[in-house]
Ligand binder design. Structure first.
Ligand code: NDP
Ligand code: OXD
Length: 309
């Protein structure tokens, strides 16, 4: 009998075992470190696979990441013939919409300045600027970036997105590829990063990029800490090129106690909580993908290994 190994949390194991065994009675369900016969393993669900994956499960066909991102995986340890599928489920986008909406509204309505003023007992307001005069740009128009942009557009923000390929989305201006990055940055007052971390995007939030934004722009990073060049961010905040940064992700995570970001007056930090997959819908999404795989159909969220996402 073919089998599946889940290497994840106890909660997932408890909820997913009955779901998977009732829908896939011909697939044995094992919870790591118990694997049954390693030669029978066709599917592995994990955040990080075991290091000796190549030799451990010689007949593995699909590796499912329990995260939306796959940058935590060392793909060189995953045999070329193994298909890699990331997490795509509706809860992830819902959580990200909430977080980015909160962050954009807080930048637009200057809530971080008012929070600082409260600590100084300073009663000093400024006229409100309407959402229609604020330009929000999201780097990454994927499963998360696009629904977030649609929601921001509903709020009246002037929205644009930047991605590798062009996306035709109502009310959103789509910029594509490195040739159009500067034009995108020039019309972005609030920049949101929702890209995967790949060779091409590591360190992309750097001095050169910050200089191309309008003076006083805000940065919201919900991608990965590795997108940001930390020194460059500090200099951009110091010079006023950037007015504030909201960072949900960092390098390293957790951010060390003595890191300069913690007490920076213009940085707001959250501990990688912008969104996460919900256990139930996450399980359903993997289950559907296994059924698709068994039926010879395309799986949703399969990554292009050469692009790294
Ligand atoms: P997708 O793969 O669906 O979308 C990625 C987007 O980024 C695509 O639009 C893609 O372009 C674009 N992109 C990738 N590489 C480049 C590049 N070199 N230049 C320009 N654009 C590029 O990913 P998701 O939307 O599902 O997730 C995005 C990321 O969000 C994850 O990889 C993860 O890092 C992060 N994340 C963070 C969470 C948190 O809690 N902070 C939670 C979940 C995810 P194209 O459309 O042309 O392919
Ligand atoms: C993810 C994350 O990639 O939580 O799922 O960041």
């Amino acid at each position: 009998m073919m089998s599946l190994v889940l290497k994840s949390t106890e909660e997932r194991a408890r909820l997913w075992r009955p779901m998977f065994t009732s829908e896939l009675p011909d697939l044995a369900f094992h919870v790591w470190p118990e694997t049954g016969d390693p030669e029978a393993v066709r599917y592995l669900i994990a955040w990080q696979p075991p290091e000796n994956l190549r030799t451990l499960f010689p007949n593995l066909e699909v590796l499912f990441s329990v995260g939306a991102g796959v940058d935590q995986l060392n793909l060189s340890l995953v045999p070329e013939h193994v298909r890699v599928v990331r997490m795509m489920e509706p809860g992830l986008a819902e959580g990200m919409i909430e977080y980015v909406l909160w962050a954009v509204l807080s930048c637009h309505r200057e809530m971080f300045r008012y929070a600082r003023q409260q600590r100084e007992h300073l009663w000093k307001g400024s006229p409100n600027v309407s959402a229609g005069l604020r330009r929000v740009g999201i780097m990454g128009m994927g499963a998360l970036g696009t629904p977030v942009l649609k929601k921001l557009a509903e709020f009246g923000y002037v929205c644009s997105g930047w991605s590798r390929s062009r996306h035709d989305v109502a009310d959103i201006t789509s910029y594509a590829g490195s040739d159009e990055l500067d034009d995108f940055l020039a019309v972005t007052d609030i920049l949101v990063c929702l890209m995967p971390l790949t060779e091409a995007t590591t360190g992309i939030l750097n001095r050169d990029l910050f200089q191309k934004l309008p003076v006083g722009a805000s940065l919201i990073n919900c991608g990965r800490g590795g997108h940001v060049v930390q020194e460059d961010l500090l200099l951009a905040l110091e010079s006023g090129q950037l007015s504030q940064a909201i960072l949900d992700v960092a390098v390293p995570e957790p951010l060390p106690d003595n890191h300069v970001f913690w007490d920076h007056p213009l940085i707001f930090i959250t501990p990688h909580i912008a969104s996460s997959s919900r256990v139930e819908s996450g399980g359903e999404s993997i289950l559907k993908n296994i059924l698709r795989h068994q039926g010879g159909l395309e799986m949703s969220g399969e990554i292009d290994r050469s692009a790294g996402y």
